[in-house]
Design a protein around this ligand. Structure first.
Ligand code: AHR
Length: 498
């Protein structure tokens, strides 16, 4: 049952697009208000954005942030969120049944992203609105002076176009919960028309068409095929969304979430390529995995329609994470890296407070959840090209995903030749992994690991710090990593670890 990972510098999957390390800020709960934005907070800047959250966002290594939703975007009237703040009217957001004060809108968000060196990814409302509003928003953001919407931006104080490159054509339009939900034909036609108009405003933009909200959707597959049959020539990416959780104490299945994600990507790629093949097209549609994470959705979330109407940034879906969740997040990143050739964009959903790696208290501290660490480490180290890693590993049986590998691996080589190797051990036993690095010996510079725990996750900075102390830290490379003969190294992986 030897586990072997073979790395060959010449076997490469493709360049790791930095946009793979994106995240997401929706007008939902406390993601915006008391999340990224809280005027009066001791760390707030002159624009009202929290300095502590911005600092942690930088440390997390987030490259792209998707905005303003999510379900929220499907009833968003973007024009109401621009212009003098004192003239903006509170809006009843039906997606999360919350009164949205519109203190943060397009300009505030885009300027925050610009100050933080983050690429924005904007979504347009294709639920309650359509072609005209979508094209107008692109013009507002990217247009040069001399036309109506670009001039409105300038009148609102922003001369230079923002140059937003990534645009989502709505959000989860296959979901019956979505405001303005559509069938695949209705949505495909609308997305094609809106996308066409948006690219006429700015041909340099990249468009993301909605794929399925999850692989469990009854329309999965058929949805991708139909939607792409209308939009193939117009869009660049198709979206994927997936959330994973431990259900019924089934730890083995939960630890194998990365395998479920892997199969999901393969199936969406197959669906997109089938449409391309029928059209005899050389174009390849790539994937924007713009919502992924651990989310206790089935087991803890009451559902949107059971939320009472609330004001003042209510606490909605503030999942608290454990070391186990963090190991799964690390393993999901392994999967994403192994699909670097077809997945250039991804977003950990979300960034702050709402199923997030960063938590805050209003007026108080901001802290890292356990899931912060594998994300920040991968974003820091996974650079350059992803290698086509070969893994020989035993498998184990799971109730939800059938047979899955015990050990998973991904690797990248940066432009200076530095190798980063990411490994997960999903079993409850330690595993010795023999790494065969064809061509050269390895000198190990740094090792880090996350351990799963059996403790229930508890809200608060002290608990998060205790989990980090127990589960997260450097690997003692002198004992864990042993050079064997020639280009071979052995690494010991602790039970249920990333
Ligand atoms: O990220 C939370 C929600 O999950 C988003 O609003 C929606 O797109 C998805 O269902």
């Amino acid at each position: 049952n030897a586990v072997r990972v073979t790395l060959h510098p010449a076997f490469r999957k493709g360049r790791v697009d930095r946009r793979l390390f994106g995240s997401f800020v929706e007008h939902l709960g406390r993601a915006v208000y008391t999340g990224i934005y809280e005027p009066g907070h001791p760390t707030a800047d002159e624009h009202g954005f929290r300095g502590d959250v911005a600092g942690l966002t930088r440390e997390l290594g987030v490259t792209v942030v998707r905005y303003p939703g999510g379900n929220f975007v499907s009833n968003y009237v973007w024009e109401d969120g621009v212009g003098p703040v004192e003239q903006r009217k509170p809006f009843l957001d039906l997606a999360w049944r919350t009164v949205e004060p519109y203190l943060v809108g397009t300009d505030e968000f885009l300027q925050w992203a610009e100050r933080e060196g983050i690429e924005p990814m904007m979504a347009v409302n294709l639920g309650t609105r359509g072609v005209e509003a979508a094209a107008a928003l692109v013009e507002y953001c990217n247009g040069e002076a001399g036309t109506r919407w670009a001039d409105l931006r300038i009148a609102n104080g922003r001369e230079k176009p923002y140059g937003v490159r990534l645009w989502c054509l709505g959000n989860e339009m296959d979901g019956p919960w979505q405001i303005g939900h559509k069938d695949a034909h209705e949505y495909g036609k609308l997305a094609a028309q809106a996308g066409h108009a948006m690219k006429l405003v700015d041909p340099s933009i990249e468009l993301v068409v909605c794929g399925s909200s999850s692989m469990q959707m009854p329309t999965f597959g058929e949805w991708e095929r139909t939607v792409l049959s209308y939009t193939y020539d117009i869009v660049d990416h198709i979206s994927m969304h997936a959330y994973y959780e431990e259900l019924d104490g089934d730890r083995g299945s939960f630890l194998a979430s990365g395998t479920a994600m892997d199969r999901f990507v393969d199936r969406v790629v197959a669906s997109a390529d089938a449409v391309g093949a029928e059209r005899r097209s050389d174009k390849k549609i790539t994937i924007s995995f713009d919502e992924w994470n651990v989310w206790y959705l089935e087991s803890r979330f009451p559902g949107e329609k059971n939320l009472p109407i609330q004001r003042d940034a209510p606490r909605i879906i503030e999942d608290v994470y454990s070391g186990l969740d963090a190991v799964v997040v690390g393993d999901l990143l392994v999967t994403l890296l192994n699909h670097a050739d077809r997945v250039p964009v991804a977003a950990l959903a979300q960034l702050v407070n709402v199923i997030a790696p960063i938590m805050t208290e209003p007026g108080g501290e901001a802290w890292r959840q356990p899931t912060f660490h594998p994300f920040a480490t991968t974003a820091r180290l996974a650079r350059g090209e992803a290698l086509d890693v070969r893994v020989t590993t035993p498998s184990y049986g799971t109730a939800r995903h059938g047979e899955v590998p015990v050990v998973t691996a991904a690797a990248t080589v940066d432009d200076d030749g530095a190798l980063a190797l990411f490994l997960t051990n999903r079993s409850a036993e330690p595993v010795e992994v023999e790494i065969d690095h064809v061509g050269s010996a390895l000198a190990v510079h740094e090792g880090l690991r996350m351990l799963a725990d059996h403790e229930p996750a508890v809200h608060g900075p002290q608990h998060a710090a205790r989990v980090a102390e127990r589960c997260w830290g450097p690997v003692d490379v002198t004992t864990a990593v042993r050079p064997a003969q020639g280009a071979r190294t052995t690494v010991r992986l602790e039970p249920e670890s990333w």
